[in-house]
Design a protein around this ligand. Sequence first.
Ligand code: UDP
Length: 412
Amino acid sequence: MQLQPTATQSLADYKSIADDKQLDRLRRLATDLEGVRVLHVNSTANGGGVAEILQSLVPLSNILGINTDWRVMEADKLFFDVTKTMHNGLQGQDVVLADAMKTTYRRETQRNAAALTDEYDIIVLHDPQTLGMAKDLADRFPDTQLIWRCHIDLTAASEPCLQFLADDIRHVDHVVFSRPEYGRDFDLPTTVIHPSIDPLSEKNRPLDPDEIAAERDRLAPIDFTDDSPVITQVSRFDPWKDQFGVIDAYRQVKTSFPSAQLLLAGGMADDDPEGVEIYERVADETADDPDIHLLTNEPDTTINFLQRKSDIVVQKSIREGFGLVVSEALWKKTPVIGSRVGGIPLQLDDGTNGHLISPDAADILVDRLEGLLTADARRRQLGKHGRETVREQFLLPRHLLDYCELFRVVQT
Ligand code: UDP
């Protein structure tokens, strides 16, 4: 398993952004955890919310003196086809996990577990991809506390998928979910931790006027002037992110706002084999409209710019574990219209920092888009509240604090 190199920041840099008391408490808890060795394991170094979180959480943990490593599983496409099927099943799709798929999952997770020889006090296994490592790790490292951090909304999970995972879940000591509602009764200690964004990362830091001008030039012919409204969704190309629903809504809005533009930015996560296929279907569907722009694998500075300079960000997910993209846009004072699913309602307060819609209410999405596009002052007001929501609840120091509290509990 690959050990991930991570950039370093300084805790002092967060002083101007995060709450002083929170930072003090974080320092104290980190001191209590001195000498504790922590490992995070996930299945991709790039793409998707988990990698995004670990890229910031791990370096900040180390700065605070919590000895923390991050390793990424090594596996081939066959394994990721299986785990994407499991992911879809856990999000509520009817899927079949054939015996050969189960064998692939067991073989690859055990191979990755066997490759781990260093000892840790706490290992956090992120998502179903890594969970199969639990049995081998529990057998070889009986003193290690194993935590399964599930980022998926399991409320509608298919029973066969849950049953398959149940065999692995019983080898972990603790489970973490993003919302209490996701917590199936696994008969294990369970903690709820909300994810976060890093306000200092390349994706979320302030951009200076030269950088903004450079991005505008680079993204031409997309027009970021007031004459041509920009509606954006930033998401992996994935059936659950419902890019087709966004396109339908945009087409209706376009009849009242002929200069409207739609940007669909979507990176391809290394552990998501469906991305290319969905991207190609979206590209076919939108080829005849020069005002729809598909942007793939854009650097973080560009995503930062898009979330900052779009008039409205949409997140029309059908299922969503948390949806970091919502907080990312709100932090940049851009109002968000998002589906009332998964973690989105934790971040969006309807009418305060954006709008919540039912994922199957296409007409309401169109109404909300049209309403906000004609109300500049209202958009600014929602955006201002959005930044405060994120400042209070969804920044990295609070997230690490929650982890430290959990680590202290599992260590005793
Ligand atoms: N992302 C990105 N480029 C893209 C699409 C997504 O950098 O083209 C990032 C996005 O900014 C966010 C993460 O990928 O940080 C997606 O996390 P989220 O929780 O929204 O969804 P997930 O992909 O984990 O389901």
